[in-house]
Design a protein around this ligand. Sequence first.
Ligand code: ATP
Ligand code: MG
Ligand code: MG
Length: 587
Amino acid sequence: PIPAASNFIRAIVDRDLTEEKYAEKKWAGTPGDAMHHASGQTDFAKIRTRFPPEPNGYLHIGHAKSVFLNFGLARDYGGICHMRFDDTNPEKESQEYVDSITEMVRWLGFDWDNTRPDGSKEDNLYFASDYFDFMYAAAEALIQRGQAYVDAQSADEMRINRGTLTEPGKNSPFRDRSIEENLRIFREMRDGKHADGSMVLRAKIDMASPNINMRDPAIYRIRRAHHHNTGDKWCIYPMYTFAHPIEDALETITHSICTLEFEDQRPFYDWLMDNLADAGMINKPVPYQYEFARLNLTYVVLSKRKLIQLVEEKHVTGWDDPRLPTLAGARRRGYAPEGFKLFTDRIGVSKADSWIEYSILEDCMREVLNESAPRKIGVLDPIKLVIDNYPEGQDEDCYAPNHPQKPDLGKRVVKLSKELWIEREDFMEEPSKGYFRLFPGNMVRLRYGYVVKCLSCEKDAAGNVTTVHCEYLPDTKSGTPGADSVKVKGNIHWVSANHAYTTEIRLYDRLFKDPHPGSGDKDFLEDINPNSVKVITAQLEQSAQEAQPGDSYQFERHGYFVADRKDSVAGKPVFNRTVTLKDNWQK
Ligand code: ATP
Ligand code: MG
Ligand code: MG
């Protein structure tokens, strides 16, 4: 595996640490510090990053990339990563999303409870909405400096007067209001004297800037909406572009890492930081924004809007449907946090957008599960195998290694008896060329058991094979001196019919049949794979019944399976297929 080595963001952090850019950063001193840290000590953290989801949906695999990047940087550089909810947009946010997000970040292996050198605790869980008072004060400060004004143009007028990439914008007729008038009207906005959408507060920068984001961006809007944290206290809310830099500054973030689509916002980020520092509202050094390419993964959609649509229109069973690329779905599917770590290390962090093949993620999960998952035997498409010369009513112990590469994990007993379940595809009445498994006259090894010779088969009225007959060679049991006395090419798995645990298994396939769902003129829903799940009844070895919800196994020759954490009841687990094995087992 490629180590989590260098990427351009790490190079930036290395540079900043070498230059001791943040050596003098203090806890106390800014209003923001006072809001959170009373201690006044010098910051022990070398760098501070943050993971700032908006609680308007469940986290997906793209977020995992950001989690590993931000929390990973902090961990590797002796820094701290803040868990921050960017909850400045009340209509679409809720506590349910907050809860699921914290649960998933913890599941990925990260925490925001940090212990300072003096032993005291620092809980770095933050809500942007806790800063609404400060943000409001920052907006007034800009007004006082002549750098913000209340604009009462209609939304259409504002859009038209913003100009285009080739045409400069036009100044608003409200741009030259006096400071006193702006202050008075902005306070009226706050006090609920004006209708939703009737006016906005805009930063006063440059309507002719080649960067459209610098043409007097809106920073506050009127919106009578109930907020999950602040209730009905506010009827005006800050815009994301105004709120986010302030959140970073108040938390003394050093490296504010976001996706590429915010690159054009960076000049405003810097403008705001410089001016608020100048106004004495925040401390220097101010945070800086760095952009990286977001994850685009084939065969899935990574947009909260589309994920919400899939859930609400019931194309899937819920946010944690194992076919969804949500982290809740991935966990239920049996994907492992370590697999996501390997994946993010492998794909790296770059400044150019690209598509990553879904199979790379699957390979990472296979690699991790191959290491960690104990082995079990399961027959997914069962037919009977009867050992004609094995005594009726008798059984015996066979020993199967729990993990072939980890002998210290020991072996478990699997019972052998006269009637077994085997895979339908392990028998052919008339073998094709190169087929080494069961056919009349051929010998195979029953893995961990005996060599058997195939005799005949029985079929139902439709001509489907129901039962295969064989006889066993008593001296050939695996692990005994006679095991190698007879050489065979085929080696098949089996489960004793009397001892089997019969249960439901869900075989998942991709949710979309197109690598780029919705590409061209299609609606992404048209690309849904109609066969993305198949539910079967399988015969598993007895010990599989002890699986606890969330336990992962390799079912030999088939792949990795997890006991479903929702539908399993005590002593009756049902399983989800996480990912198949590479098709490299011996036929
Ligand atoms: P969406 O586009 O799905 O709505 P978002 O960017 O609005 O996602 P946020 O809740 O704001 O979602 O995301 C939190 C963090 O996760 C942000 O810093 C964002 O850059 C990052 N992030 C979101 N999607 C991806 C992705 N596909 N790849 C990498 N990082 C992502
Ligand atoms: Mg966002
Ligand atoms: Mg979004």
